[in-house]
Design a protein around this ligand. Structure first.
Ligand SMILES: [Zn+2]
Length: 433
């Protein structure tokens, strides 16, 4: 009797575990064999359609990531050995770091800066909804009034952007120069991360970028808010990857030979002795000393996820920051396709370019608004927040020569992937006055 009871109990528990395993991991396994190889094929096919548009504008285009954390932040362990190989692999020219300060007094520059293997790093800071790069020596007292912090940094030549724009900010502050129009962390907040984390675990490094893409939702309210702000004054739109490389389970040796486990948000979770029983878990240390890695978010995936394309004279902090403040940039979801070569400008009746994204053009000086893309897709021209013209779904070029009115004109471009239009590029506006 008891024997039979235990037999059914074990069968029941076993069945339940098998059932749970199927429920939890089937979507990831399905994606691994069917969905993601399909996406990969489409993206590769799309890449073969690349046509480098003739360069119309004088400035060069540099790819970069903003809002990135390194070991200086309490919630990251990232070092140059993690940041630079990721940037090189993804074709990233610059990284604008935003390390959280320890305490209320922030002294800049801090941490990494300058060129590392050709990648330009500029140190900045993130606190209380600000991402800021003073671009020179600065001491910020985060205890003081935020509006006066912004005023001081901006009047000394620095940059202040509003981060996490789903949260409250003093939108009428006259000094901040820009805002995040896409932040990966913001985008993760509107759905449960559990199914996606399970998916990442199943799909690992091969399809991590597709698994994390499942977080993507168009940030419609943020974009609408940005449009309304831009009708009052120029607020430059940026993308933020908010990368920490910290949603991971990793282990490394302590100096006394024990193992330190580091969990999500780079928290220390436990230490243990290496024994006969657990030795098999650990491999030779990588450059950062990790002997065990179960990775969910990596710099490499992040830097390719959403990228800022800045048009500037040279790859230098001064030229990049000058052109960022002018709004000479657009953002693109680079894992879908590299947007280098994309251009959007306004020209006069003699076909001379009178302004590019971020510029203001007098209404009697503009006849056409023109955009070129290296990949075919759907161009949408948005005037003061409303779509006023679209191209076909597979266009490389778009010209708007209807009556141009005052206000802001920006382009959103979608790619057609597996029969669906997927947002790819968001430009800053051209301001017609
Ligand atoms: Zn952050």
């Amino acid at each position: 009797m008891i024997k039979r009871f235990f037999k059914y109990l074990f069968l029941g528990i076993g069945g339940l575990l098998a059932f749970l395993f199927i429920i939890l991991f089937t979507p990831g396994i399905w994606h691994h064999w069917i969905t993601y190889p399909g996406y990969e094929k489409e993206v590769q096919a799309l890449a073969t359609l690349r046509k480098a548009p003739t360069r119309q504008i004088k400035l060069n285009t540099y790819r970069g990531v903003m809002h990135v954390h390194s070991y200086l932040s309490h919630d990251s362990r990232g070092t140059l050995d993690d940041l630079i190989p990721a940037a090189k692999k993804d074709g990233i020219d610059f990284i604008f770091l935003t390390d959280h300060p320890h305490g209320d007094i922030d002294t800049l520059p801090k941490g990494y800066r300058g060129f590392h293997d050709g990648v330009l790093i500029e140190p900045g800071t993130e606190k209380q909804g600000f991402c800021t790069w003073p671009l020179g020596p600065a001491i910020i007292n985060w205890n003081s009034n935020k509006d006066s912090i912004a005023k001081k940094i901006v009047s000394n030549g620095g940059m202040v952007l509003y981060a996490h724009t789903e949260e409250p900010h003093n939108w009428i502050n006259p000094d901040y120069q820009g805002m995040e129009i896409y932040n990966f962390h913001t985008d993760t907040k509107d759905q449960s991360p559990i199914p996606i984390l399970l998916d990442v675990l199943v799909n690992g490094s091969k399809y991590r970028h597709w698994a994390l893409r499942q977080f993507f939702n168009p940030q419609t309210p943020i974009l609408a808010h940005w449009d309304s702000l831009n009708n009052k004054r120029k607020i430059v739109g940026f993308s933020a990857i908010d990368a920490h490389e910290n949603q991971n389970l990793r282990a490394r040796y302590l100096s006394d030979g024990r193992i330190q486990w580091v969990g999500n948000n780079a928290h220390n979770i436990d230490t243990m002795k290496v024994t006969f029983w657990n030795k098999w878990l650990f491999s030779a240390p990588d450059k950062s000393g990790w002997v065990f890695k179960l990775l969910v978010d990596t710099y490499e995936t992040g830097f390719n996820y959403v990228t800022n394309y800045v048009m500037a004279d040279s790859l230098s902090t001064s030229s990049l920051s000058k052109n960022m403040k002018l709004g000479h940039l657009f953002i693109a979801f680079k894992s879908l396709g590299d947007a280098k070569g994309f251009q959007f400008y306004g020209s006069n009746n003699k076909d001379s370019i009178m302004g590019i994204v971020g510029d203001s053009i007098k209404i009697d000086q503009v006849k056409n608004l023109t955009a070129f893309s290296p990949l075919p897709g759907l161009f949408k021209l948005i005037h003061n927040g409303k779509t006023v013209s679209t191209s076909s779904e597979k266009a490389y070029e778009f010209t708007f020569s209807n009556t141009i009115e005052k206000g802001t004109y920006r382009i959103e471009m979608d790619l057609n992937l597996q029969g669906k239009l997927i947002p790819w590029i968001y430009t800053n506006p051209i301001y017609i006055y």
